[in-house]
Design a protein. Structure first.
Length: 138
């Protein structure tokens, strides 16, 4: 089931033009858990030589939605909070997201964003969000 879920998640990621443009990869996808990564490129940087906060927020949003969506089959983010802890400087961003609580219609998820480089892995941001089952179309 995990291989099928990962394949399904990767197809969802490939259907997101922004994710494709950035080069985001879904590395792990299981019930209540998701891990994404992104190779850092010059276009991801801001003027202080670290990854732009918008990139980190995008990764958090996507990872949280994947983790919550694994419970519902589909999901939308309805709330997101992120704390930027350290400048993201390195070679690759790695995001680890988990569901911390859920009901039939929503899940609260949290994630850590790490920046991996020559000196190891640094926690550069932490986020939490509420993920909901999408509304029924009428």
């Amino acid at each position: 089931m995990t291989d099928e879920l990962l394949a399904h998640g990767r197809s969802i990621l490939r259907s997101q033009p922004f994710s494709v443009q950035l080069g985001t990869v879904l590395d792990v996808f299981s019930h209540g858990h998701a891990e994404l990564s992104l190779a850092i490129a010059p276009q991801h940087m801001q003027h202080q030589a670290s990854v732009h906060g918008g990139i980190l927020a995008y990764l958090a949003d996507n990872a949280l939605a994947f983790a919550g969506g694994s419970l519902f089959g589909d999901a939308v983010t309805v709330e997101l909070k992120i704390n930027f802890l350290k400048p993201a400087r390195g070679e690759r961003l790695r995001v680890v997201a988990d569901v911390v609580g859920s009901s039939e219609a929503q899940a609260v998820c949290r994630c850590d964003i790490f920046c991996d480089g020559e000196t190891g892995s640094v926690l550069c941001a932490a986020a939490q969000g509420t993920i909901r089952r999408p509304p029924v179309k009428r």
